[in-house]
Design a protein around this ligand. Structure first.
Ligand SMILES: Cc1cc2nc3c(=O)[nH]c(=O)nc-3n(C[C@H](O)[C@H](O)[C@H](O)COP(=O)(O)O)c2cc1C
Length: 222
């Protein structure tokens, strides 16, 4: 499956089948996580057969059922950590979608089970991504209009519009879509709005924007 298709087909899934990840699926995911960790300096980990994190009031409140596997997004504490988790976590999410798996980003409605993942000195757990075989494929979210999240000096080039469309397909905390892409010359500035986890959202939507626009067309503004 192409990454663009994966972006279109991905929706948050909160209900999972009682079906373990096959050894080859685990191996492929673990390999992909290792590659992303090497590139980013993150310490993302695949947590398998651990249902305590998604058991009890918070998970029930978040309408989760059958979650037994998740990805722990761990990294060195820094001002950049949230955005880096967003960018690389979404890479993993779209890779999982391509592999026929379902996912849901989870910042609030789970319980931290400290024995389930490792944190080296100076590291912390940012958030998690539930992963597995969904009992459904989720539903498309309500989306803002492109004009509400973009700004250009003149008419928006096609590649820029494709980038914005791709960003609007991305998951954001509480579907808030509080981000803005501004084009000046060949530089694109991506800014997060105020709100919960908007820096994580920013990393996620920047990855989608790159996939939609194509990285040859622009550079990120400093
Ligand atoms: C950073 C982040 C945190 C999230 N936290 C939660 C959460 O704690 N509980 C939950 O049920 N969904 C959570 N979500 C999922 C969002 O509610 C979901 O992505 C959004 O409503 C858009 O829907 P979609 O993912 O189906 O496109 C989170 C998503 C993101 C990106």
């Amino acid at each position: 499956m192409e990454l663009f298709k994966a972006m279109e087909q991905r929706h948050s899934v909160r209900s999972y089948e009682d079906r373990p990840l096959e050894p080859e699926v685990r191996a492929e995911l673990t390999g992909f996580l290792a590659q992303c960790n090497q590139e980013s300096g993150l310490h993302m980990q695949l947590v398998l057969d651990e249902s305590e994190g998604f058991w009890g009031f918070l998970a029930h409140y978040g309408k989760f059922s059958g979650v037994k596997n998740y990805i722990a997004l761990v990294g060195k504490k820094s001002a950049q950590l949230d955005e880096t988790c967003g960018y690389y976590g979404e890479k993993v999410v779209l890779k999982a979608q391509q592999m026929g798996l379902n996912t849901c980003w989870v910042a609030l409605t789970y319980k931290k089970v400290k024995s389930a993942f490792q944190t080296a000195p100076g590291e912390k757990l940012g958030l998690v991504i539930a992963i597995g075989y969904g009992t459904d494929q989720g539903v498309p979210h309500v989306s803002k209009a492109p004009e509400a999240v973009m700004e250009t000096e003149g008419p928006a080039p096609d590649w820029f519009q494709r980038g914005v469309q791709a960003a609007l397909l991305a998951p954001t905390a509480m579907n808030q879509q509080k981000f803005k892409f501004t084009l000046r010359g060949d530089a694109v500035a991506a800014k997060a709005g105020m709100g919960f986890y908007t820096k994580v959202d920013l990393g996620i939507v920047k990855y989608h924007f790159e996939l939609g626009a194509g990285t040859d067309h622009f550079r990120w503004a400093d």
